[in-house]
Design a protein around this ligand. Structure first.
Ligand code: AMP
Ligand code: MG
Length: 421
């Protein structure tokens, strides 16, 4: 059989070079667009403080009460009307005591002292406390060395938070310390956002479930467990929509189901413009698809679209690209939709332990970790190297322009924790 006379495509010297005449959107522009176009989609509900951990405040919260609510003693000791002058002091000890939760209901006479215990409200006539370790008690008197400033060893009412002042702003995701602050300032219930529901769906004929028998050519679905866990750690509610083959009707049905059950849909795979890229094809058919050619490595085009009113992030299938795109694009976008506002990851400039030359044109994210104060990167940049994702503890962000990084140069490290993981 004679071979048809077809010329192979011309060889490309550099398969990472940007296609001529095609506009690639810089990462910052893509982020700015998302930030500008997305809005909060979650409803508001009231929950008790005990259910409020990790929830997002729907509105500003003001203190119902000052903290401390009244002046009190910061130490165990003896209270009196200060200041005490320089030199040895002797004071008669008045009958009674003030303890935390048990205020002294009389008045301490000028020149007298009263036994006080940490946290006790300062009795009338007391504004200064001497530490018990600095005092000799004998014959109904105390003796100590002055001077002591007025107000020493006491806490002023409202010195931490004044009643009526802003305690926490709307959009705040409540931390353990926030719960302490809310409780201390008299707040028992808060108005919070319902948790953003994020559907996760894997696509690809080659995928099988871990635990199933994998035939030749099949691979285990790595993205779905990763993405579900990422969503959970970011404080959103993962909705597992399983796997779909590269079958347009099946995918359509699954997207319909996901749009019903979730506020946002994350798909992985099938988001480019190939024959089996049904996510992008369906979104395009629905007339609400943008193929974002983002100048980013690792990352194929990101398919962003609306499915029945629900935003869809069509992530690349490669696990490394899927995770990087989730952290860089989906994370702040989900935060905005969830009600916590747009949050850029907080990075650190640290000396590099590696050397790398980078061409201009794309921003790059390398799998990285910090050891002995220096940033190490994973040996291979291949986007199928899942072991590098697991090895890493964050990403190194290298700016869009050209760069030659030498050991010791400062590089921007974004710990996984800075994405809320
Ligand atoms: P695609 O974006 O569908 O062209 O997929 C790009 C590459 O990622 C292919 O090698 C896929 O086999 C692989 N891939 C896609 N989805 C997954 C997944 N869920 N887990 C692991 N690899 C995947
Ligand atoms: Mg595929």
């Amino acid at each position: 059989m004679s071979k048809p006379d077809i010329a192979p495509p011309p060889l490309r010297n550099d398969c990472f070079a940007l296609p001529a005449g095609v506009n690639w959107t810089p990462v910052d522009d893509a982020l700015a667009l998302l930030r500008q176009r997305l809005t909060v989609v979650t409803a508001v509900e009231t929950v008790s403080l005990h259910e409020a951990a990790d929830r997002i405040l729907a509105e500003d919260v003001t203190a119902k009460r000052s903290n401390p609510p009244q002046p009190n003693t910061a130490v165990d000791g003896y209270g009196f009307a200060g200041p005490a002058p320089d030199g040895p002091q002797v004071m008669p000890l008045q009958e009674g005591r003030a303890a935390a939760g048990f205020p002294f209901d009389g008045t301490v006479t000028e020149g007298n002292a009263l036994r006080v215990l940490t946290g006790a409200a300062l009795p009338s006539g007391v504004d200064t406390v001497i530490l018990e370790e600095d005092v000799t008690v004998q014959g109904g008197h105390i003796a100590f060395h002055g001077p002591l400033k007025q107000g020493a060893n006491t806490r002023r009412a409202g010195e931490d938070v004044a009643g009526g002042n802003l305690v926490l702003p709307g959009g705040r995701r409540l931390t353990p310390a926030d719960l302490a602050l809310l409780s201390a300032t008299g707040i028992a219930e808060v108005s919070v956002r319902k948790t953003l529901r994020v559907a996760v769906l894997s696509t690809g004929d080659e995928l099988v479930e871990p635990g199933e028998a994998a035939r030749p050519g099949q691979i285990f679905d790595a993205n779905r467990p990763m993405l579900l866990s990422l969503i959970h750690r970011m404080g959103f509610q993962p909705v597992d929509m399983g796997r779909v083959a590269d079958d347009r009707d099946a995918l359509r049905d699954r997207l319909n189901a996901a749009a019903e059950q979730a506020d946002v849909i994350l798909t992985s795979g099938g988001a480019s413009a190939g024959d089996e890229d049904h996510v992008s094809a369906l979104l395009r058919q629905a007339g609400a698809m943008q193929e974002w050619r983002i100048a980013l490595k690792p990352g194929r085009p990101l398919a962003l679209g609306m499915w029945d009113g629900t935003p869809v992030f069509g992530l690349p299938g490669n696990p490394v690209a899927a995770m990087v795109c989730t952290l860089i694009f989906a994370r702040p976008a989900l935060g905005l939709m969830a009600g916590e506002g747009w949050q850029d990851p907080q990075g650190f400039d640290l000396p590099s332990a590696f050397e790398k030359r980078k061409k201009p044109g794309r921003r790059e994210y390398l799998r990285a970790r910090v050891r002995d104060g220096r940033v190490e990167v994973f040996a291979s940049e291949g986007s199928g190297r899942i072991s590098g994702l697991s090895w890493a503890e964050g990403l190194v962000e290298i700016e869009d322009g050209a760069r030659h990084i030498k050991p010791g140069d400062l590089v921007r490290f974004l710990p996984y924790g800075s994405f809320g993981l």
